[in-house]
Design a protein around this ligand. Structure first.
Ligand SMILES: C[C@](O)(C(=O)O)[C@H](CC(=O)O)C(=O)O
Ligand SMILES: [Mg+2]
Length: 304
């Protein structure tokens, strides 16, 4: 009820311990607070909060238009709805290194477990688009140093994302990852790796946890959890997938509504009222008012 019972500090400590286990932790993207609850209910280890989804949700392209206030606000709404750790996409940190420092503190205050900061120039663009540009090494390192310096909870995960692979190639990406680790990054997100061998090469080069981005229709092939575990990845995200699936299903349902004037043919694909009530824990609110949850499933023809 109302929801996470675990404090942000406890979530961070627990997450650090699971990362240290070396297991591959699965973080599907939560496109809203409710979907974070579903991710938890299904048994995943964490939720990812995507910048691409945050901007798409507002009807905006993922080109650095969202503000720190919007991102921290949405992050807070999602993180507090689940006991799971939530990692958020902080893009380029919303400005200069000093802004990165403020970003970290805002995201800590919002109850996030960690974030990633990337080395793209401002304005950034989706990591899987062509024509990206990255900042010079010193600027990239300054962003990470600023983040590490500013955090007040040592367990808040500062992950460095490097986008340099698509611009300068794998060797440059390995070189940058090593330097980001030396600057204090707790984990590395090597963006747009082209093959499993590239993930393996990155694994051999650095000692910190590594994240694999399994975003669809992008530059990386879609590997399975097992394949990624076998090459030593520690975190995997499917950042936009739940939004893509929901929007795909919604588009299909709207077509059906246009064609047939009714959605009865789609009932089996819908989340049932009883499933929704379960997810938002209606019953728990009887604690305050025993009349809140008096829902029973009524079977009607054509409905579950
Ligand atoms: C991970 C990512 O940064 C995101 O915002 O979710 C995006 C995902 C995408 O656009 O598919 C990315 O740059 O990879
Ligand atoms: Mg992003």
């Amino acid at each position: 009820m109302l929801y996470a019972k675990t404090s942000p500090a406890d979530k961070r400590a627990a997450f650090r311990a699971s990362l240290a286990s070396g297991e591959l932790l699965r973080f599907p993207g939560a496109f809203n607070p409710l979907s974070a609850r579903l991710i938890e209910q299904k048994g995943f280890e964490g939720v990812y909060i995507s910048g691409a989804v945050l901007s798409a949700d507002l009807g905006l392209p993922d080109i650095g238009l969202t503000t720190l206030t919007e991102v921290a606000g949405r992050g807070k709404q999602i993180a507090r709805m689940t006991e799971l750790p939530a990692i958020i996409d902080a893009d380029t940190g919303f400005g200069e290194p000093m802004n990165v420092a403020r970003t970290v503190q805002e995201l800590e205050d919002a109850g996030l477990t960690g974030m990633h900061i990337e080395d793209q120039v401002n304005p950034k663009r989706c990591g899987h688009l062509d024509g990206k540009q990255v900042v010079d090494e010193e600027t990239a390192l300054k962003r990470i140093r600023a983040a590490v310096d500013a955090r007040r909870d040592d367990n808040f995960l500062v992950m460095a994302r490097t986008d340099i692979r698509a611009v300068e190639g794998l060797d440059a990406s390995i070189d940058r990852a090593k330097k980001l680790v030396d600057a204090g990054a707790d984990a590395i997100f090597p963006e747009a790796m082209a093959s499993l061998e590239e993930f393996e090469a990155m694994r051999a080069a650095v000692d910190v946890p590594l994240l694999a981005n399994m975003t669809e229709f992008g530059k990386s092939e879609l590997f399975t959890v097992q394949q990624l575990a076998d090459v030593g990845m520690n975190l995997v995200i499917w950042p936009v997938s739940t939004l893509r699936i929901s929007m795909g299903a919604t588009a299909g349902a709207l077509d059906e509504l246009i064609s047939y004037g009714t959605l009865t043919g789609k009932l089996d694909e819908m989340q049932h009222r009883s499933e929704l009530y379960d997810l938002v824990d209606y019953e728990g609110y009887n604690h305050f008012d025993s009349g809140v949850f008096n829902f029973t499933v009524q079977e009607r023809p054509g409905q579950r």
